[in-house]
Design a protein around this ligand. Structure first.
Ligand SMILES: O=C1O[C@H](COP(=O)(O)O)[C@@H](O)[C@H](O)[C@H]1O
Length: 265
């Protein structure tokens, strides 16, 4: 477990630009060490704003997008084309630009949607299988004995960066305060049938899965999140503030705007 580091930016648009710049640098750096990289995206206000800033930045072309895999930390279990879906919001934020730069369609790993014809639990299982399949492939050597990427652990690819938004109730991904999904330690993907924030049916990476990343970045802007930030960083229990329980193996970064940081002491 790593101690949290806090970086505060003046406002949400500078925060989004700073996240985009940090992502480009972190991925280019990671690629110089091990080629293939795995990033977990977040939905929500800051996830979308950061993606918009990323695709608008000339520096985005510094990443070898053909070697990037994108995952989602959580998803709303609604129809694929619904504007409620984090993946659809990412498409609307300009994900297509990354495909123009070489990101293969097959490297964008969306969580299952309602119209895939699965119930919630089997849908969670299907994403767990997708994670395990790609983890296995990444660890496999080609004919020259070179592996494409790094071996992951426990059915997961080696996540370089996990990005997470934080709700006003201190939820992350679709892990909500007091919910049973927080206790799941034996699965990488959990089903949440009763989210207090609509829509109710959701899928989420488990807390254990999120914490396998090299770097976890919590992206938070706005005065309405100030209490959640202060509570999570103040040492509150994970059951009360799920955001308090997510840490990266090498780094845990809280990237805030001044409003979100306003109640930190
Ligand atoms: O429901 C969700 O909420 C969080 C935070 O969203 P925000 O709009 O309040 O920033 C988000 O990170 C998560 O992915 C999403 O499903």
């Amino acid at each position: 477990m790593t101690a949290a580091q806090v970086v505060v930016h003046p406002d949400r648009s500078i925060l989004a630009a700073a996240v985009a710049a940090r992502l480009v640098t972190t991925l280019a750096d990671a690629q110089s060490r091990h080629g293939e990289v795995h990033v977990v995206l977040t939905g929500g206000s800051m996830g979308t704003a950061s993606l918009e800033a990323l695709v608008a930045s000339p520096a985005v072309a510094a990443v070898a997008w053909e070697l990037v895999h994108l995952w989602w930390g959580d998803e709303r279990f609604v129809e694929r084309a619904s504007a409620d879906r984090n993946a659809e919001q990412a498409r609307r934020a300009g994900l297509g630009r990354l495909h123009e730069l070489g990101l293969p369609e097959g490297n964008v790993h969306e969580l299952p949607a309602l119209d895939d014809g699965l119930d919630l639990e089997p849908a969670a299982q299907r994403y767990a299988e997708e994670l395990a399949r790609v983890a296995q492939e990444s660890a496999t050597s080609d004919e020259d004995g070179l592996s494409l990427g790094r071996p992951g652990s426990d059915g997961l690819p080696a996540f370089d960066v996990v990005m997470l938004g934080v709700g006003p109730d201190a939820h992350v991904a679709s892990l909500f305060p007091g919910h049973a999904s927080l206790d799941v330690a034996d699965r990488t993907v959990v089903a949440e049938p009763d989210s207090p924030k609509p829509p109710p049916a959701r899928l989420s990476l488990s807390l254990r899965a999120l914490c396998t990343a090299d770097e976890v970045w919590l992206l938070v802007a706005g005065e309405d999140k100030a209490d959640a930030v202060a509570t999570a960083l103040g040492g509150t229990d994970v059951v009360e503030a799920p955001a308090a329980g997510v840490t990266g193996r090498r780094r845990t970064l809280w990237l805030l705007d001044e409003e979100a940081a306003s109640r930190l002491v």
